[in-house]
Design a protein. Structure first.
Length: 99
């Protein structure tokens, strides 16, 4: 099992961390990319609203999967998996001393 954390980069320019996702209805939403991490052999994205001014961020966890054409698709994992991935993100952020 790989336990990697990529792109948890507190010093990066904010514009570099923005990603735009397009849903099945063709509507796009911009998120701030917090991290890409592995959990139990699968890859996940941790995203938040880039315009959030709250002290505690609302973090969105998406599972990275591939469709029949080999294209990346992003799906919401079940609550137990999302909670475990979020806990790993928090632990890793604490280890890096990131708030």
């Amino acid at each position: 099992m790989s336990d990697e954390l990529n792109n948890l980069n507190p010093g990066a320019e904010e514009e570099d961390d923005l990603v735009e996702l397009i849903d099945e209805n063709g509507e796009s939403t911009v998120f701030e990319h917090l991290a890409t991490l592995e959990y139990e052999g699968e890859s996940f994205l941790a995203l938040c609203d880039p315009e959030s001014e709250e002290e505690e961020l609302e973090v969105f966890i998406l599972k990275i999967e591939q469709d029949e054409n080999g294209e990346d698709v992003y799906n919401v994992p079940d609550d137990d998996i999302a909670d475990a991935v979020f806990a790993k993100l928090v632990k890793m952020a604490e280890d890096f001393d990131v708030e």
